[in-house]
Design a protein around this ligand. Structure first.
Ligand code: BV8
Length: 232
């Protein structure tokens, strides 16, 4: 099992108190996803979208990484082979737990993107207050988030890692959003062993050789121990 690709979703951050996307009544923090996580929504009502992300950023500042984030960071530090943690999450809990070989394919809540000069910058305060871009001073900052209909980040790097993977592990994702939900099919096609660790079977469960149900903070530390035992 030399090369590993891990895909994480909102479920890995649930035990840190951050809402998942498809909670009860399919609302997300009281909003329909389409009303806040699309370029059209931002064009229609930038203030509403900024307030939505400002609230999530404030909530994130109070959240802590959980044992699942910590276990993946430990794997990152100890694994001699190739490892890439691809996260759909826009929170920074993987980094705060110490993960290094990490790629945010849907962007980062803590960053802003300037619509004028296309530079990224860390968000200081609320974007709803239309602060000037630190690079070009234009008051044109948007959340550095990949919305529905927008191109995810790092797809070439992800595809390359999937082509080389011996093991693909999917953690805390419902398998509802593409192209992330299709990664297991690429990995399986190329002969990787595919494992799913999730509270309930995801929409893509049938593509996994091994699908384990349970809380990430229980399943992930145990799985990392299993992996590191194979390396010993
Ligand atoms: C793209 C940033 C073109 C936002 C996100 C039809 C119409 C329109 C579009 C489409 C369509 N069909 C396909 C598409 C494309 C669309 C898509 O997939 N739509 C879906 C809804 C059908 N995708 C896109 O638009 C993407 N872009 O396609 O561009 C393209 C394509 C290919 C190549 C080039 C170009 C862009 C998608 C990105 C959207 N942005 N996030 C924000 O965060 O504000 S997506 C959003 O959903 C989050 O990133 C989230 O991570 C992601 C997926 O959700 P999950 O992470 O899986 O979270 P969810 O709540 O669903 O599930 C949580 C799971 O955890 C559950 O299974 C639960 O059981 C489990 N769980 C809960 N607690 C625990 C747990 N597990 C373990 N332990 C626990 N304690």
């Amino acid at each position: 099992m030399d090369n590993i690709v891990v895909l994480t979703g909102a479920g890995i951050s649930a035990e840190s108190g951050l809402a998942t996307f498809r909670g009860p009544e399919g609302l997300w923090e009281g909003h329909r996803v389409e009303d806040v996580a699309t370029p059209e929504a931002f064009a229609r009502d930038p203030e509403l979208v900024h307030r939505f992300y400002d609230a999530r950023r404030a909530q994130l500042a109070q959240a802590q990484p959980n044992r699942a984030h910590e276990a993946l960071a430990y794997l990152d530090a100890e694994w001699d082979g190739e490892l890439l943690i691809v996260t759909q999450n826009v929170d920074d809990l993987h980094e705060r737990a110490g993960a290094r070989r990490l790629l945010h394919m849907h962007g980062e809540l803590t960053n802003a993107l300037c619509l004028n000069c296309a530079e990224r910058s860390p968000v200081a305060g609320d974007l709803a207050d239309t602060p000037p871009c630190p690079w070009c001073r234009a008051p044109e900052l948007r959340p550095d988030i990949v919305w529905f209909g927008e191109m995810p980040y790092g797809l070439d790097r992800i595809e390359e890692a999937l082509m080389r993977a011996d093991l693909f592990v999917s953690i805390g994702t419902s398998g509802a959003v593409y192209p992330a939900a299709g990664f297991v099919q690429s990995a399986r096609y190329r002969g990787a062993h595919c494992v799913e660790l999730n509270l309930e079977p995801s929409q893509g469960s049938s593509f996994f050789h091994d699908s384990r149900q349970g809380a990430a903070s229980d399943l992930v530390p145990a799985f990392v121990d299993e992996l590191l035992d194979t390396q010993a």
